[in-house]
Design a protein around this ligand. Sequence first.
Ligand code: UDX
Length: 405
Amino acid sequence: MNIGVIGIGFVGAVTAAVLADQGNSIIALDIDSDKIARFNSGDIPIFEPGLKELILKNKKNLKFTADYRMLRGTEIIFVAVPTPNLNGKINLDYVYRAISSIKSINNDAIIVIKSTVIPGTGSKIKDEFNVNIVSNPEFLREGNAIEDTLHPDRVIIGGEEEYAEKVANVWKFSNSPILITTRENAELIKYASNSFLATKISFINEIANLCQKIPNADVETVAKGMGYDRRIGPLFLKAGIGYGGSCLPKDTEAFIKYAEELGEEMKIIKAARNVNEERIERIIKIMENKIGKIGGLKILQLGISFKENTNDVRESQALKLYYALIKKGANVIVFDPVSKIEGIRYCESIKDCLISIDAIVVATEWAEFKILEEMDLKIPVIDGRRILNPEKFERFIGIGRYCDD
Ligand code: UDX
């Protein structure tokens, strides 16, 4: 099938690569021509495991362009442009711009909104532009994006049956459950899911706060015990310094604002956000209680991205922790396997960093940080992501473990 994808960020690039690999002819469009030039030269500007290989493998039927005219003749066009928040409210300008541009060159394609948009957006666009619109929200996780696109837990498609069925056909290869519903339900499912995930994380983080005050308590074991209950499930119960990234913080904020306009207060989601916002303060306090004044200390921070297997630092709690430590007067040096930000002092490897360090703090759950367990460290190790085995350290301080302070 001839398919267009507009907006070559994480979601657009992965969608384009996976659909090309399934034998479709893909025109991938972005208005940023520098980005397009990089995609065309094989210098993929996004770090996502397996993405570069998949793009190069499908070079023949995957074309990158900044020219909308190339979308003439496509039957389905996925729109995966950003929907950032402006003063806490969703800004749909990029979506609208994409729709007008499509409208000017191709009247027949089914337009599929992958971008996260508030309920009602798809139907409004349909009425305003007189186009065939289907909602197909994206649930992929960064760092796991290819696998999540090949085998999603579910595919949600909202729209008129005739068009929804055509889009469902595109995803049939995944063998995942496909739910066809109204556009509004599809749009809501995305927000409700992300808000629920944020709530799950904040819930376990609140239990972690409590564990710090109870002798012999450890949130890791509490979460494990809870997770055996199939009604709860073991995933997204990992306590830490909080959630970040381009979706959970933004979507919960926009959802609250959207509900407010309908006269509803999303009390639970608000609480989840509040709990998340105080995570950094919490870990700083734990550090101060256990190792004393932070000012003047030389601290090695492991991880700066918002989670493992990505270089993305958008809304990264690790980055927030870095700035909080600096503000306290610490001398912080960072090691992150892929993420580099200007102005931050990095070291090349964990081993290189260890000389004259006063403490280590783990801020992102990269698996390679487990190497600390083999290092026979005498200095305090603060595990902000609970990835290390406490027994391997002389001075282990973990989020959600009893702290006798
Ligand atoms: C998320 C959703 O999972 C995805 O379905 C949606 O479409 C987009 O947003 P992503 O932002 O890639 O995906 O990251 P995710 O794996 O969900 O992690 C989000 C944040 O939560 C990370 O900062 C992670 O470190 C944190 N997290 C996750 C926890 O602190 N504890 C957990 O148990 C799980």
